[in-house]
Design a protein around this ligand. Structure first.
Ligand SMILES: Nc1ncnc2c1ncn2[C@@H]1O[C@H](COP(=O)(O)OP(=O)(O)OP(=O)(O)O)[C@@H](O)[C@H]1O
Ligand SMILES: [Mg+2]
Length: 211
């Protein structure tokens, strides 16, 4: 792949969308074409799956259903957007990616890794992010921020303990991945963006060929 894939992960209200706007500007300023995506979503079919996942169904949603919908949406996005963009030499910034499934469905919903792993193999085919920025926030604080946006969706309505398990899994994933960085997202937004900027600039210094 000619381009680089940078992923922003974190709980609701962690500040992913705001950080992505800042990252996009930094990368574009170096003359690189940038594509931004979000998960689940980012293609017409994947956006329809997103609506389906977030809808407050009047029936129980099996954890397996939710898990497979996430990977179905991811397969659409990778095949139709992310891989073609990277092959062209564009850089892709992902608002969530595979860690969201590991953290929410694995950590939060407590689905064993042995069940998630085959779906990862089928969907990702060994593909992984070149850099992951995990924006770490206390769930209560993140949800409070997210709530200012309006009604909470099916996942945002989960108990705090669900998000505590999700956060713990995120932190464990970041610890184990040499291409990941944890950013303290409980700081004021300017500080968060300063930290984001520092990591993105040093990544670009190492990966953008000199003109
Ligand atoms: N560090 C911060 N301090 C205070 N407020 C913040 C901070 N970061 C983000 N916010 C505010 O919190 C709200 C949620 O931020 P944002 O939409 O960027 O989060 P997100 O991670 O994209 O959330 P979601 O997962 O729900 O899309 C916004 O109103 C944003 O301005
Ligand atoms: Mg967002």
């Amino acid at each position: 792949m000619k381009g680089k894939f940078i992923v922003i992960e974190g709980l609701e209200g962690a500040g992913k969308s705001s950080a992505i706007a800042c990252i996009k500007a930094l990368i574009s300023a170096r003359g690189i074409d940038v594509v931004t995506t979000r998960e689940p979503g980012g293609t017409p079919m994947a956006e329809a799956i997103r609506e389906c996942v977030k809808h407050p169904w009047q029936e129980d949603v099996a954890v397996e259903t939710e898990l497979m919908l996430m990977y179905a949406a991811r397969a659409q996005l990778l095949n139709n957007v992310v891989w073609p963009a990277l092959a062209r030499g564009s850089w892709v910034i992902g608002d969530r990616h595979d860690w969201s499934s590991l953290a929410y469905q694995g950590g939060g919903r407590e689905i064993p890794d042995a069940i998630i792993e085959p779906l990862r193999t089928i969907t990702l085919k060994g593909f992984c992010a070149d850099l992951t920025l995990y924006l770490d926030v206390d769930p209560a604080k993140g949800l409070q921020r997210a709530a200012t946006r309006g009604a909470l969706d099916r996942i945002e309505l989960e108990k705090l303990s669900f998000f505590e398990r999700t956060r713990a899994r995120y932190l464990a994933l970041a610890e184990a991945d040499p291409n990941a960085v944890v950013i303290d997202s409980m700081q004021p937004m300017e500080r968060v963006h300063r930290d984001v900027e520092q990591h993105i600039n040093s990544f670009m210094d190492n990966h953008v060929p000199l003109a």
